[in-house]
Ligand binder design. Structure first.
Ligand code: SF4
Length: 264
């Protein structure tokens, strides 16, 4: 029987703050075997029935809205979740010309990716263009489909949005090729450093002609992480290697909101 429960909903976690998520099995079309194995989405707090149902409902709703009214209709509805992420003191800050206590940010996909849908990317482009005061960022492994990558490159080119190509030992070569095809400085790279990082990864990254920004996430679980590889082209995520602690309260800046390295 079809499920007729619809709605778009954010999550708010102690590292990222506000984020939108989709089910991995339906949206992570280019997941590598390493990311499937090491994804933090395997963790207990992402695997509760409630969290899974929320991601399924988001996906069902995205598809419904795209079918009914395309990117425009989906963008109208994504707007409501972006507004829900607006800091409490946003209006006061606007009127008084000051800054909000916590920045207005939204990560597109804490869990999930852009599946096969250019229309879905177009909806995010419309949304990001509308909410210029909000900073968006996303990580993706969807760089093998030409049309999808072209749309994602337009999304990542917007001034209030930063895109990151997620790489690991399995896919670094195709990510480097994709980055080289896109306009310089649009894409940054995000490395998932597993315990047995392929010996070719760092030489390949170091040999790129144009300067590249690379954030490194040494694989971590349960408060422990693998020893970060030493190379000055990498910036290790401080929330992983210990420089920034997780924040449980929504009323204080979360690590990503105070670090801002991955944000536009
Ligand atoms: S580097 Fe900074 S912004 Fe990026 S994921 Fe880590 S804490 Fe967040």
């Amino acid at each position: 029987m079809a499920n007729h429960d619809y709605g778009l909903e954010l999550t708010n976690n102690s590292k990222v703050g506000w984020a939108f998520s989709l089910p991995r099995n339906k949206s992570c079309i280019n997941a590598t075997s390493i990311c499937k194995k090491l994804c933090y989405g395997n963790g207990v707090r992402y695997q509760t029935a409630g969290q899974k149902a929320k991601r399924e409902r988001n996906f069902r709703t995205v598809q419904f809205l795209l079918n009914e009214g395309g990117s425009q209709l989906l963008a109208q509805n994504l707007g409501s979740i972006v507004e829900a992420a607006r800091p409490r003191d946003w209006l006061t800050a606007k009127i008084t010309g000051t800054h909000t206590a916590i920045p207005w940010t939204l990560r597109i996909h804490d869990i999930g990716d852009f599946f096969h849908s250019v229309d879905y990317v177009e909806a995010w482009i419309l949304t990001v263009q509308k909410y210029t005061d909000c900073k968006f960022w996303f990580y993706t492994r969807s760089f093998s489909d030409t049309d999808l990558f072209e749309a994602l490159t337009r999304l990542a080119s917007l001034p209030n949005c930063q895109g990151w190509l997620s790489i690991d030992s399995d896919n670094f070569e195709s990510a480097i090729l994709a980055k080289c095809k896109a306009p310089a400085s649009v894409w940054n790279l995000a490395l998932l450093q597993d315990r047995d990082l392929d010996v070719g990864v760092l030489p390949a990254l170091s040999s790129m002609e144009k300067p590249v920004v690379i954030v490194n996430f040494p694989h971590h679980r349960g408060g422990r992480h693998v020893e970060p590889v030493r190379n000055n082209i990498l910036t290790h995520c401080p929330a992983v290697v210990g420089g920034l602690s997780l924040k449980s309260s929504k009323d204080v800046a979360r690590p990503c909101q105070s670090c801002t390295f991955c944000l536009p």
